[in-house]
Design a binder for this molecule. Structure first.
Ligand code: TYD
Length: 137
């Protein structure tokens, strides 16, 4: 498990082109520090639902609240931090080795995720006690 901490997490400003006709945001390859292999998105999330509840061994992810808002609760084995994502031009870079939970989704919110690898269940740690042991021993 990577020896990362919550100080390695980054809010990244996404360029935007604001016009009377509306706003366009663009993410080019140098905005995130990984090569994109997968995009997925969460939507129709009930307000009392809880997503995440895992860490990744190698995966980098960039989360963008393209609509609405939600909270991301992050834990590195020692410290925890909650970040509210609510601006479509501000995304959160989550490095490997960080436990994350997503909750408090606003009605109609959409979380877009850019990921550095294709889906691989073997990259997940879904047991928090195991995660803490791997990070702290
Ligand atoms: P999971 O990663 O646990 O979702 P979240 O972190 O948002 O709570 O994935 C939920 C289900 O979807 C799980 O059965 C795995 C599957 N899944 C894929 O098949 N491909 C993917 O790219 C992702 C992210 C999940």
């Amino acid at each position: 498990m990577k020896n990362t901490t919550i100080s390695d997490l980054k809010i990244i400003q996404i360029d935007k082109i604001k016009e009377e006709r509306g706003t366009l945001s663009v993410i080019e390859k140098d905005v995130v520090p990984f090569q994109l292999k997968r995009v997925y998105y969460l939507y129709d999330v009930p307000s009392d639902a809880y997503r995440g509840g895992h860490a990744h061994k190698e995966l980098y992810q960039f989360l963008i609240p393209v609509s609405g808002s939600f909270d991301v609760i992050l834990n590195d084995g020692y410290n925890t931090k909650t970040i509210t994502l609510n601006k479509p031009d501000k995304g959160l870079l989550i490095v490997p080795g960080i436990w994350r939970e997503l909750e408090n989704f606003s009605s109609g919110s959409v979380c877009l995720v850019l990921a550095s690898e294709v889906y691989d269940e073997d990259d997940y740690i879904r047991d928090f006690e195991l995660f803490k042991t791997l990070k702290t021993t």
